[in-house]
Every structure is written in C-alpha cells, then in structure tokens.
Design a protein around this ligand. Sequence first.
Ligand SMILES: [Zn+2]
Ligand SMILES: [Zn+2]
Length: 425
Amino acid sequence: MQKHVFIILLLSVTTLFSQQVLSEEIYNSMEEKVITWRREIHKNPELSNREFQTAEKISAHLKSLGIEVQTGVAHTGVVGIIKGSKPGKVVALRADIDALPVTERNDLEFKSQVTSEFLGKKVGVMHACGHDTHTAILMGVAEIMSKNKNKIRGTVKFIFQPAEEGPPPGEEGGALLMVKEGVLKNPDVDVIFGLHINSATPVGVIRYKSGGAMAAAQRFVINVSGKQTHGSQPWSGVDPIYISAKIIDGLQSIVSREVTLTKEAVVISVGKIQAGVRSNIIPESAEMIGTIRTLDYDMQKKVNLRMTEMVRDIAKAYNGEATIVIENSTDITYNDPALVAEMIPTLERIAGKENVLTQNAITGAEDFSYFQREVPGFFFFLGGMTPGNTEAFPHHTPDFKIDDSGLLLGVKALTELTMDYLNNN
Ligand SMILES: [Zn+2]
Ligand SMILES: [Zn+2]
C-alpha cells in the first residue's frame, strides 16, 4: 500500500514538471496569426534605428491587448509590461526588429520590394537576418500571456529592440542604448530570454551553448610611423610597410602560441591595411584596422594586453613607432550556466529531448550580450530550415530564407520558459 502511494506521488510530481503550462490549443490557435505578422513585417522591412512602421505595428498590437506600452525607447524600441495575477519575479523577453541593406532575391509572394538610403547610397532593404520572425514570435507570446494573466506569477517585460545590426555611424542604438535608458529597471529584471532563428537548423530543432555562446567583438586601429625615403634607398628611412608585416605576423602568434585554445577560441583578423602612394616611395606611415573575437573576458584582457605590447615593441625593434587603439563593439553573449541548466528541461519538454542540441561557440557577435552583462540570460537558436533540406543560404545574403512553420516552437519556447521560471523561482 505504502509503496503504491509513493509511486503515485512520484508520478504526479513528474507530470507536474513534464507538462506544458499552457494547452496545445492555445498555441495552435496562435500559429496563423504569427505567420501572417511575420510575412507583413518581412514585406515591409526597415533599417536599424529607422523601424518606425514596425514599432507602430508592435505598439498597436500590444495596446489592443491592454498591455502597458512604452514607445520611443532607444529611438524606435517598444517595451510592454504584463503583470501576472500573483506577485513574483520579473522575466524579460527580447526580440530585435531591424532589417539590413540587402536586396532580396527570391520568388516569395511576401518578398520585400523596399528600398532606402544607407550611407548615402540607394539600397534594397530585407529582413535578411530573420528579425521579422523574432518580432512576430514575441507579438504572439505577448498575446498569449495577456490572455492568461491568471496563470502568471510575476511580471513579464517584452523588449522589442531596434538596431541589433548596429546603428548608423554617429548614432547610438541597440541593446546598449536600451540598457542605458534603463530598460532592465523599474521593475528590475531578474532574467532575460531571447532567441535567434537559424536558416541552417531544421524546423523543430533548438540549439544552445552554455557559457560563452557568441563572441565579443572589438575593433582595433593600428598606426605605424616610419620615415619616408626613396624606394631604392631603404637604409635612409624606416619602412612602415615592413613593420606592419611583422606586426601582423606577431599578432597571429598571440592566437597560436599564447592563448589556451582548448578553453575558448580567439580570432584576430586584420581587415584593412593602407599605406603608400607609388612603387618607388617608402611611405611615412601605415594604418591597419581589424577585429578581435573572444568568448571569455579573462582571455580578452590578455589578448588586448599582448596586442598592445607587441604592436609597440615590434615597431620599436625595427626603429619605428606604433600605437594601437582597441574599441569594444559587442560583449560576449554569455549564457548563465545555472540558468541554462535550470531551463533545458523546459525546452526538452516542448521540442522533444532529441531536438534540443548543444552547439559550438559562434565567433559572430550579438548585442543581446549587453542585457546579459546586467542580468543572467539565456539566448538560443531556433530552427528555420525546411525539413529535409540539407543546405541553406546564410544570414545577411539576398537568398536567405526562413521556413515559418518553425515559428510556433519559438512562441512555445519563450512562453513556457517564462512560465516555468516564474513558477519555480
Ligand atoms: Zn544579423
Ligand atoms: Zn540577427
């Protein structure tokens, strides 16, 4: 008898944690709407910090649901707040809303025909990173939650973020500006969740990495000064081009000889080098610009220090002088290991254990990292590749395509993660 009671108790505890918080019907009834929004947004893409119509569409939707809305956050951002029927923690959900200066090349009926101006040039505009899907998914999550407030213990903040791809030169924007404007305060956010659609991951699959998931990006500028002379008499001058070659070589030795590559990856790339005017003049100076990618802040610190020393000392060794300036572009998209461990069972429950896969770190950067610098966060990847396909066009290209049958899983994932977190903390 006692044994039976124990088994029944055990079963009910297991079902408690393995059951979906909201019913399948609630989710299924949202699918068509989310796909329609996604296609409308796809057809009307807007560049970073210029997401006026997109923001209008989002705020109109949130207001129609009776959600408290703040507009004009970090220029065109929209923030909505839903307070549940019971007090509890605060979860933020983030979707980025901007598109890219890319001319769409496909035969979709909702293909973008939009053009705009970018850096003084006429460009096509396209949701070539899939932020249209993120926006539509989060609009769906907001609708579901606003209709199920009685099941929410705590508060949910919906962050529709502009300019993830980077604001135009000379402007502020994106997650950094949202944080600066206090988006994670009042009420103070405890944790944040976000997702990115992926064109090369099959529909139904979720991929994630605990810890450093996407790299910090830093931009560097190196200025080398030498002494100008005739190309036939190098001994009368100091050659900044020769010194630049030695510096490039030295920088790669930091990656290959000095960092613990088995811990995390490091990339240093010189992307541009400029010096000189003609074949028989050794010029006065050279300039190099490049990017650094790291997945661990201690390693980043070491790489930055060694680059600074090496640039200075290599130039000195060849009788020249050189300086380096390193600027932070994006932080590390760092998935809090404890939060990830806590939330993986939720993702496995809704997607199936076999469809929740780990992945390697990505050396690309994502400005969700600025939120994660302030509060623990979890950012994962959602499949957007048509089942059966084995190849996909990369993000940021004219042929980029997302199969929107994968969006419902995104709605479920963000909703159930939020509900589970709020119920268990
Ligand atoms: Zn992108
Ligand atoms: Zn993106």
